[in-house]
Design a protein around this ligand. Structure first.
Ligand code: PMP
Length: 431
């Protein structure tokens, strides 16, 4: 039996696998390239959903993890002091932008958001949360409850009472076609309207991705979160920035996505890239909120020595190699190359740094075309390039390579993308 058949026989049927019957098994990697079980090599423009932040087989990261393993202790317990964990917490507190910050480590982004929602609801003694349509925050009850995408929410049994804000989508829905300043005004009106329908003083927090990742790289104008914040502050409502995809320099211009908005969140959640493949997530937030949890909260593996060793090495690498600057430079090259393209199926190219979305539409309309998106996605793989897919309508190609991507690699990937888009565009006219 093939590995795919074995996977299907033993895993639940709803587990997504890219490339369907042609599912990919990656067996090794180096730099920005991975190799599959058949020996085929791919340039990786997705980093395993923006998880491999600094690339594959990076000596500094592997050595740090090996050094920890060499002690004979992968982990004992977070009930004992863990030097690497404390060091990493100090660094994250320092770069967070939050004065007097505290850090709590988890094993995933879901758990990080679950924890942040706990801290916020506890601090405000309210289970009411504002969330943004088309956002993705995780797969537990609370995080699914604030995930505004039917395809990713498997339960309506929410511990939270959630109130939805419109997503700053410039192509579809009520914000379509608005200028930046009109869009900010419309979003703030929407927030005020939503707050007028709830017991405003009683809302705990707003959770928002500075750029919606799974939702298809949807982001509002710079300053939007700051404009929200002015209204939230009138009611004492906390701001939770989900930086699971946007953190650590990914967006190029800034270290965190929230920094484009002239605002400092009360709580920031992180995961994915900071472990470069090792399971590590967490919350960094204001001490007053983080310290207020009334009972003990414990994670057996959150911030374990292996993950913490990886996290320290990753953060040091990002800072010492100016990967934020690289994301800015190489991301601009990619964005410019994609924006130059003229194809009828190309709806919009958007994003920041090395977090880019390419939206596909039916020619001459803004109607989503998931079939063309799937075609481009598969043609990219045939051409030796891994990319992601997403969006509320399944019509956005997602690009999020390791932040070490070189300009040559960007050009190489761009050429594959252009071929794939040209082919899908030509086919759409025949069809
Ligand atoms: N928040 C965001 C913005 C994410 O993109 C994801 C994962 N796609 C999560 C939270 C959940 O992270 P995890 O899968 O590590 O639980």
């Amino acid at each position: 039996m093939s590995l795919l058949d074995r996977h299907r026989a033993v895993m639940p049927g709803w587990m997504p696998l890219y490339y369907g019957d042609d599912a990919l098994e990656i067996v090794s990697g180096s730099g920005r390239r991975v190799t599959d079980a058949t020996g085929r090599s791919y340039l990786d423009f997705f980093g395993g959903v923006l998880t491999t932040m600094v690339g594959y087989d990076i000596a500094e990261i592997s050595d740090a993890v090996r050094a920890q393993l060499a002690t004979g202790v992968a982990h004992t317990s977070t009930l004992y002091l863990i030097r690497r964990q404390v060091e990493l917490a100090e660094k994250i507190a320092r770069v967070s932008g939050i004065p007097d910050a505290r850090v709590f480590f988890t094993n995933s982004g879901t758990e990080a958001n679950e924890s942040a929602l706990l801290f916020a609801t506890n601090a405000r003694r309210s289970n009411q949360i504002l969330a943004i349509k088309n956002g993705y925050h995780g797969r537990t009850f609370a995080t699914m409850a604030v995930t505004g995408h039917r395809g990713w929410s498997s339960s309506s049994l929410s511990p939270l009472t959630v109130h939805w804000l419109a997503s700053a989508d410039r192509l579809h829905g009520r914000m379509a076609g608005l200028s930046d300043s009109d869009l900010i005004d419309a979003a703030v009106d929407d927030l005020r309207e939503v707050l007028a329908t709830v017991t405003a003083g009683d809302v705990a927090g707003l959770i928002a991705e500075p750029i919606q990742g799974v939702g298809g790289i949807v982001h509002g104008p710079d300053g939007l979160l700051g404009a929200y914040r002015k209204v939230l502050a009138e009611h004492g409502i906390l701001l939770i920035a989900d930086e699971v995809q946007t953190g650590w320099g990914r967006t190029g211009e800034h270290f965190w996505g929230y920094q484009a908005h002239g605002v400092t969140p009360d709580l920031i959640t992180f995961a994915k890239g900071i472990g470069n493949g090792f399971a590590l997530g967490g919350v960094v937030g204001r001490a007053e909120i983080m310290n207020a949890v009334p009972a003990l909260s414990f994670s057996t593996f959150g911030g374990n020595p292996i993950s913490a060793a990886a996290g320290n090495a990753v953060l040091d690498y990002v800072l010492s190699h100016d990967l934020q600057g690289n994301a800015q430079r190489v991301g601009s090259l990619l964005l410019a190359g994609l924006r130059d393209l003229q194809y009828d199926i190309l709806g919009e190219v958007r994003g920041r740094g090395l977090m880019i979305g390419v939206e596909f539409v039916r020619p001459g309309t803004s109607e989503p075309d998931p079939a063309a998106t799937l075609r481009v996605f598969e043609l990219c793989r045939t051409g030796g390039l891994l990319v992601g897919k997403g969006g509320l309508y399944g019509n956005v190609l997602r690009i999020g390579p390791p932040l070490t991507l070189t300009e040559d690699e960007a050009r190489e990937g761009l050429a594959v993308l252009v071929d794939a888009i040209a082919t899908a565009d030509a086919e759409s006219r025949i069809a």
